[in-house]
Each structure stands twice: as C-alpha cells, then as structure tokens.
Write a protein that binds this ligand. Structure first.
Ligand code: KIV
Length: 271
C-alpha cells in the first residue's frame, strides 16, 4: 500500500495499489456505488474500487438509459460515495456529452475530482485525443471499451461486442491505444472471454471486466444487479448474491471472495 493517501489516518487505495495487484496476480474487486451508506458497506467488505457509474440513471433515477444523467448528478453521487468510503478507490463516470470536446472533458473531470472527491474519471470509447489531453493536465483516466451504454440510441440494443474477428482486432487495437494515450485503468464490458483475456495479458494497466470472463485483472458489477434489486431484465453476466447470503454485507463479502478466488464469473456468466 502506498503511504501518502489517508482519510482520518486510514489508507486509501491508490492506482499504484491496483497496479501492484495486477502484477501480483491478485484479482481486483469492484462494484458500483451511489451513496455513502452503501459505500461504507462495500468498503468494509473489502471492495477495492467503488465505481460511481452513470448506471445510476437507470438503477437510482429510474430512467431507461444512462443518457439523462447530468454532471450535477455525477458530482453529487461522487461526493456521497467519497464521504462513505474509508479505503476503497473512487472512480467516477463522465456522463453522456460531458466529454464532447477535449476541453469540456478536462473541465468536467476536474469537477469530479475537485468537488466530488474522485481519484480517477472513466470515459466511454477510445477517445484518444481526449484521454491524452486529460492525462497531460494531470487527470487520472480509466477508459471503457466494448459495450458502451452511452451509445444505446445509435446501437439500438445492448449486445456483446467483438464477436467477429475484425471487431475483436479493433477492440484489441483500441485497448493498446488507450493505454498508450495514458489511461491507467481499463473497463471492458460485454466482450468474449477469450478477447478479454488477450487484452488483459497484452496491457500493462489493470483491466476490469463486466461480462468479459474470469481472466480479466478484476471484476465489476452494477450493485443493484448483484443484490437482485430492480425490475429490468437481468443481464446474463450478473449474479444475484442475495440468493446465497442472508444480509447485504454477506452478499457483498461472498462476491468479493468469489472474484478473488476466480469462482465468479463462471462460464454461464461469460460470452
Ligand atoms: O455506469 C456503470 O455502472 C458502468 C459499469 C457498467 C461498468 O459503467
């Protein structure tokens, strides 16, 4: 653990810790979080990365996509999560259109860090120039490739990406390019497990998967999906941990243990 970042004397995980986990072959655990109470519960269960995802537009606000989520929403929920955690790394999403230009992306990323308390911002797509610009300004960046929920109106449906050879080659090339541009973390969503493994092996930065098989450097799920809350269709790649545990804490602890032991995701959760 690095020695500098502390809150009330407690060490906060840093990107250097996540990088060391990859090098040591220890799986990184991550869940989305949107408020202080859940942030504290996940933190106590040992979750390494709390992702303040724009999925909050769907699971918290009740929208049918992530597109209505504003910067104000993201700053507010990032503040709540930062306040609730003690040790976990806080990663926050740049919502739809908040990175429409390189300057706008950097300004909004700065707000998530300065006002929200995020340690890193996540951007959907291989927006190389934007990632380079943010990194030059000193902003830590996580790229998000594969299924991009902010493109749902263009795509028309949520589907597995990179199944065709050409598409898989492009995704691998994008992954290498975002790393070269300075991204320090990558999330890959809904891609074949073999492709995710290739990406995780070829990149030096940690690669966290959702619907991307067991061989990524870590796993992330939408919290409400893994707690079995929600009225929408349950994606194949998620697992309801409330079926196994009799409390929220037990459910999260089981998820953390299963990711660390590579019991989750199983083949039935992978493509
Ligand atoms: O917004 C979110 O929750 C995400 C995850 C699905 C990775 O981006």
């Amino acid at each position: 653990m690095s020695q500098y970042a502390t809150i009330s004397g407690t060490k906060i995980k840093t990107i250097a810790d996540l990088q060391a986990m990859k090098q040591a072959g220890q799986k990184i655990t991550s869940l989305t979080a949107y408020d202080a109470s859940f942030a504290a519960l996940l933190d106590q269960a040992g979750v390494d990365v709390l992702l303040v995802g724009d999925s909050l537009g769907m699971v918290v606000q009740g929208h049918s996509s992530t597109l209505p989520v504003s910067m104000q929403d993201m700053i507010y929920h990032t503040q709540l999560v930062s306040r609730g955690r003690q040790q976990a790394f806080v990663l926050a999403d740049l919502p739809f259109m908040s990175a429409a230009t390189v300057e706008l992306a950097a300004e909004n990323a700065a707000l998530l860090i300065q006002q929200g308390g995020a340690q890193m911002v996540k951007i959907e797509g291989a927006k190389i120039a934007t990632i380079q610009f943010m990194v030059q300004q000193g902003i830590p960046v996580c790229a998000h490739l594969g299924l991009l929920p902010q493109l749902i109106y263009q795509a028309g449906k949520y589907s597995v990406q990179g199944k065709e050879e050409k598409e898989a080659e492009r995704l691998l090339a994008d992954a290498l390019e975002v790393e070269q541009a300075g991204a320090q973390l990558l999330i890959v969503e809904c891609i074949p497990a073999t492709l995710a493994q290739q990406i995780s092996e070829q990149l030096t930065i940690p690669v966290i998967g959702i619907g991307a098989g067991v061989n990524c450097d870590g796993q992330v799920l939408v919290l409400y999906d893994m707690l079995g809350i929600g009225t929408g269709r349950k994606p194949r790649f998620t697992k309801d941990y409330m079926q196994q545990g009799d409390s929220l804490a037990a459910a999260v602890q089981t998820y953390v243990a299963e990711v660390r032991e590579q019991k989750f995701p199983g083949l039935e959760h992978s493509f």
